[in-house]
Each structure stands twice: as structure tokens, then as C-alpha cells.
Design a protein around this ligand. Structure first.
Ligand code: NAD
Length: 263
């Protein structure tokens, strides 16, 4: 898919990767870009900066009625949705000791919201025989986010759900991509680095921390090729291969890196 004349919705659009996607989709000639976020003021600021094709919406992706209302409103305004980007996400920076409320929030934002948005957007896409779902997962969904158990578990679930959707609906014209970046220079990672969180330091030590615009480049290329896995950090494919071939060896390597950073 290319973005020319397309109608796109981006949740988490007020943040680093989502905002970069909004700018890039508009630059690629999208007809409409809906910037949706919990932070409605920030979403409005991003939409204003993107220009007249952009429109802001405040919503909490964990509330299914709000997601349904966003989809219905967008379809009313623009006739249909070509591309739905389920991009909002949260990290917890906690291990097994994460409070149940944090596990619950990670599950609701990182996984269940993808279920809700797909349920809302799919009928219109199936009726047209076409549509594209871009789910922002993470390299953590293919590997492991050191120091963040809820993030790791829920991002693995997000990749699993995206793959299930791709297998189930591709023959009905629905294309699905799972966006799996490693380190990206956004408020989410900056917060982790500022507090010295081990996971953020492992990410920084594992490879390049990309500007969100480079993630947008990878998304444009991945959508054009209609590729399931979009990996802005190509080395993640090598890590995933190594992990699949030799899980024990891969874990040993990661533990070694963690020991080095702790020393
Ligand atoms: N930054 C990274 O290193 C990195 C790496 C891999 C994957 N990701 C994923 O990329 C996505 C975007 O993250 P980012 O790095 O741009 O972080 P970010 O914190 O800048 O952006 C996340 C956005 O999601 C919004 N959001 C959070 N909860 C929401 C809710 N309940 N309803 C609506 N909006 C909500 C936030 O307000 C924020 O604007 C996330 O899914 C994240 O897990 C980030």
C-alpha cells in the first residue's frame, strides 16, 4: 500500500513514533490522517503541525466504546478507513513485582486495544474487500525486554495476535503488518534512560537508537511491500533467528550483556 489519497488513523499519535507516522503519511499524500491519543491537547498540537489533512481525536484505547466511536466518526467524515495503526503502547519498567494494575494496563493498552480496534474497523474493510492493519508491537515481542516483564509478555501477545489476524483475514483482502522496532528516541525510551533503567540501557547497548523518522521510513517501505514484519532495526531479524535456532545460547548472550551493564 502506498499512502496517496489514503485515510489513516493512528492511535498514540501524539507520541514519538505515532507523531512521526502522522507527519510522514501526510507528506506521502494521504487524504486524511486522524491523530488519536489519550493526551488530546498533544494530539491537537500534532494535527495542527501536520496540516489540513490531519484531524485530532482524544480517546482512551482501553475503552472499547471510545475506539468504536473513533472508527464510526472517521468513517462518517471520510467514507472509509484504509489504514488503522494501533500504535499506542505502555511500558512498566517492572519485573515480576509489577503491580497487578500495571500488568492489567499493559495487557489492555498493548494487546486488548488491538482486539478492540480490529473488531471496530474490520467490518468496513471486509465490506470493501481491502484494508490495512499496522500494529506497533516491538522487538520485545520477538525477543525480550530486559527489566520489563509485562512489556515482554504483552508485546509477544501483540505479535501473536497480529500473525493470527494476517493468517485469518489475508485472503479476504486484509493486510497486516507488525512493526517491531528496538530502541527509538521517544519519550518512552528517554524516560527509561533518564532513570537509568537497566532495560533502557540494554536497548542503548544493543544497537542504534533510531530517530522516529527512521521508523516512519521503515513503515513506508514495509507497507509498500506489504511485509508482515517491519523491522526498522534489521539486526533484530538476526537476533530472532539466533533465538529460534539456539534459545539457550541466545539467552546466555543476553545475560552476559546484562552482567556487563550491571558491573
Ligand atoms: N520507543 C521505543 O524504543 C519503542 C520500541 C519498540 C516499540 N515501541 C512501541 O511504539 C509505540 C509508540 O511508542 P513511543 O515510543 O512513540 O512512545 P510514546 O510514549 O512517545 O508514545 C505513546 C503514545 O501512546 C499514548 N497512549 C498511551 N496510553 C494510551 C491510551 N490508553 N489511549 C490512547 N493513547 C495512549 C501516549 O499518550 C503517547 O502519546 C508503543 O506501542 C511502544 O510500545 C517503542
Amino acid at each position: 500500500m502506498n499512502l496517496t489519497d489514503r485515510v489513516a488513523v493512528i492511535t498514540g499519535g501524539a507520541g514519538g513514533i505515532g507523531a512521526a507516522l502522522a507527519h510522514r503519511f501526510a507528506a506521502e499524500g494521504a487524504a486524511a490522517v486522524v491523530v488519536a491519543d489519550l493526551d488530546a491537547d498533544a494530539a491537537r498540537a500534532v494535527a495542527a503541525a501536520v496540516g489540513p489533512v490531519a484531524h485530532a481525536a482524544g480517546l482512551d484505547v482501553t475503552v472499547e466504546e471510545q475506539v468504536r466511536a473513533l472508527v464510526a466518526d472517521t468513517e462518517r467524515r471520510y467514507g472509509h478507513i484504509d489504514l488503522f495503526c494501533a500504535n499506542a503502547g505502555v511500558a512498566t519498567a517492572a519485573g515480576l513485582d509489577a503491580a497487578d494494575a500495571d500488568w492489567d494496563r499493559a495487557w489492555r493498552v498493548n494487546v486488548l486495544a488491538h482486539v478492540h480496534s480490529t473488531r471496530a474497523v474490520l467490518p468496513g474493510m471486509l465490506a470493501r474487500g481491502q484494508g490495512y492493519l499496522l500494529h506497533t508491537c516491538s522487538a520485545a515481542g520477538l525477543l525480550t525486554a530486559v527489566g520489563d516483564a509485562p512489556y515482554t509478555a504483552t508485546k509477544h501477545a501483540a505479535v501473536g495476535l497480529a500473525e493470527w489476524l494476517a493468517v485469518t483475514y489475508r485472503d479476504q483482502g486484509i493486510r497486516v503488518s507488525a512493526l517491531c522496532p528496538q530502541g527509538v528516541d521517544t519519550p518512552m525510551l528517554a524516560e527509561g534512560l533518564a532513570t537509568g533503567h537497566l532495560g533502557a540501557r540494554v536497548i542503548a547497548a544493543s544497537g542504534a537508537v533510531l530517530h522516529p523518522d527512521r521508523v516512519a521510513d521503515a513503515v513506508i517501505a514495509g507497507l509498500a511491500e506489504e511485509r508482515f514484519l517491519i523491522l526498522p532495526h534489521p539486526e533484530v531479524a538476526q537476533h530472532a533467528l539466533r533465538r529460534a535456532e539456539d534459545p539457550d545460547g541466545w539467552q546466555a548472550g543476553l545475560r552476559k550483556l546484562v552482567r556487563r551493564l550491571r558491573a
